[in-house]
Design a protein around this ligand. Structure first.
Ligand code: FAD
Length: 326
């Protein structure tokens, strides 16, 4: 995030700092090595980590995927890591995805589970061509496995590059999904361009600290932007994927889908693993496709800290868990 471990390109989750003053404190803790070691080595952390992260290994990711799929949900899996400036680490990430896709196929999960890839984890910061080649290998493996790939969107300095790589990938794998962020001023135009037949677009609010020249800072403006973008996607012929936990937006999106005569299955809702699980099941029970974003891998620490920073209730859960074991 958006979802990975590093915070090297600025603080994320900027727009809601005002909403949750604890956030800056927790995000500061996320960068503190002593706290990282404490959290990583305290046995209780494991339970808390498990609420938001599937585990460190492919096998654990598959087990969680199986449970979610058996409960009627669909999944997109993220191998945690981002901002790689080392080609060997980028290669390790590609290998992790190839192994995962192989397992999804072998376990007959590929029909209901796809993968999400952050281009910065496969070399985008080093060289756009390297990232394109690495993403192409993941797309080819996904095709073989019988599933799809969505490219996560990172901070605004990468948007043009990510959309260029998307266009290239879509020449061979037209099902490659993109993510657009409603906080960026440019996004309504991007939605209009990507709303065509065959496209898959995940719409989210956006998770990075962005300058006001490029992004709305006000929560209301971000939400209004979200609804405008959703309308553009629903009016088009593509497959919109609405990533939000916001109950008000979920309600509005359900209404707007009806206005556009979109039946369940012609768009989907997406939420993060461990966040509003009851709502995920409720929407699935209504016949909607609900995809759960499942992160896994050894680099879970930064991701966990951001989930805790999002809501005071998550932090309280963490502290209660620590206290009950002390
Ligand atoms: C599947 C998925 C993929 C994503 N991919 C990307 C990406 O590629 N790039 C990117 O920049 N960002 C991504 N994001 C993050 C996204 O941009 C937002 O930062 C994040 O989802 C928070 O926004 P929100 O819409 O959930 O609403 P928020 O404004 O954070 O929350 C609105 C309301 O939702 C409810 N809510 C939120 N969190 C919780 C919780 N923990 N428990 C209960 N209720 C809660 C509360 O009622 C809250 O008031 C993704 C998010 C999801 C769900």
């Amino acid at each position: 995030m958006w979802a990975g471990s590093g915070c090297s390109r600025g603080n994320r989750w900027s727009y809601s700092l005002r909403v949750n003053p604890l956030r800056s404190l927790i995000l500061a803790a996320a960068g503190n090595d002593a706290i990282r070691k404490l959290v990583a080595t305290t046995p209780i952390s494991r339970d808390v980590v498990r609420r938001f992260v599937a585990g460190e290994t492919t096998a654990e990711a598959i087990t969680v995927t199986r449970t979610l799929v058996d409960s009627g949900l669909t999944v997109t899996l993220d191998y945690l890591g981002e901002d790689t400036t080392d080609a060997e680490l980028a290669e390790q990430t590609v290998q992790a995805y190839l192994k995962l896709l192989d397992r999804l196929h072998a376990e007959n999960l590929a029909e209901r589970a796809e993968v999400s890839v952050k281009l910065s984890a496969v070399g985008q910061l080093l060289d756009e061509t390297l990232a394109l080649n690495n993403a192409s290998r993941i797309c080819a493996a996904a095709e073989q496995a019988g599933t799809t790939v969505t490219l996560d969107m990172e901070d605004h300095t990468t948007t043009d590059s990510t959309l260029r790589i998307l266009d290239e990938l879509r020449r061979t794998w037209p099902w490659t999904g993109a993510v657009l962020q409603s906080y960026l001023h440019r996004t309504l135009d991007d939605c209009a361009r990507l709303a065509g037949s065959g496209s898959r677009v995940r719409l989210c609010k956006g998770a990075y600290a962005e300058p006001e020249q490029v992004a709305f800072a006000d929560k209301h403006e971000i939400d209004v932007g979200y609804v405008r973008c959703a309308n553009a996607l629903l009016a088009g012929d593509g497959y919109p994927m609405f990533a939000t936990h916001d109950p008000r937006l979920v309600e509005i999106l359900s209404e707007r889908a009806k206005w556009h005569d979109r039946k369940p299955g012609s768009f989907e809702f997406q939420m993060l693993y461990g966040i509003r699980p009851d709502e995920q099941l409720r929407l699935a029970g209504e016949g909607h496709t609900v995809r759960v974003y499942v992160p896994y891998g050894e680099q879970w620490y930064g991701y966990l800290m951001r989930r805790l920073a999002e809501r005071p209730a998550n932090m309280a859960f963490f502290l209660r868990a620590l206290a009950s074991r002390s």
